[in-house]
Design a protein around this ligand. Structure first.
Ligand code: HEC
Length: 190
């Protein structure tokens, strides 16, 4: 035998002798998947020697808010500070599609021929109250994904308030302004 052939034979022998233990690799078929149910674990309300109090279930740390309850928290009152935050979040997360003015003019819109991000100044959307806008951000709407993971609840209201201000700024007739506001406007844009 050549050295090379010897090498091949001894490698094969080594592989064969270290191959799997078939009795473990080929278990009896278990269509009920009982072995997954019967793993070692602590069920709810089971005792456990692992913890000093002998209980398996742990108490959440103080101040923890249960998942999902955040959505029911009451709306924060609108403030100037919140409007500024709303503008920043809107320009970061919404303007890419709805346009910096919310009018639907964006590069992304030109690439979404199926259903474009609408202008947020449409009458139907002007009529939506802030909580309804918050619901769109939380749940998504049709092709639009949810932004709940990116914008926390307070800031979703901030965006909704800013959107209301944006809608007012674009859809208000100058005759509807107070005399002072109209004078200020005419001074800026005669
Ligand atoms: C990736 C692009 C994209 C981004 C980013 C985006 N939207 Fe939208 N939005 C859409 C599209 C597309 C629709 C229309 C969806 C449809 O009709 O299927 C829409 C619809 C809406 C509507 C109308 C819902 C209705 O009742 O008709 C509102 C309000 C809205 N978006 C607000 C927002 C706000 C606020 C943000 C930022 C948090 C945002 N969108 C971010 C694409 C986007």
């Amino acid at each position: 035998m050549t050295t090379r052939a010897l090498l091949v034979v001894s490698t094969l022998f080594a592989l064969a002798s270290t191959s799997c233990d078939e009795s473990v690799a080929f278990r009896e078929p278990d269509p009920q998947l009982d072995r997954m149910l019967e793993q070692r674990r602590v069920d709810p309300y089971d005792p456990s020697p692992v913890f000093e109090d002998g209980q398996g279930m742990r108490r959440p740390p103080d101040g923890v808010v249960a998942h999902g309850t955040e959505r029911n928290s009451p709306p924060p009152p609108p403030t100037h500070e919140l409007l500024d935050i709303g503008r920043a979040r809107f320009e970061t997360f919404c303007a890419a599609c709805h346009g910096i003015l919310g009018d639907g003019n964006s590069v992304v819109a030109t690439k979404m021929p199926l259903r474009k991000p609408p202008s947020l100044h449409e009458q139907r959307l002007r009529d939506l109250p802030p909580p309804a806008l918050v619901a769109v951000m939380e749940n998504g709407y049709g092709l639009m994904p949810s932004y709940a993971d990116a914008i926390d609840r307070r800031d979703r209201f901030a965006v909704a308030y800013y959107l209301k201000a944006l809608q007012l700024s674009r859809g208000t007739k100058s005759v509807d302004l107070s005399p002072q506001d109209r004078a200020a406007l005419e001074k800026e844009a005669p």
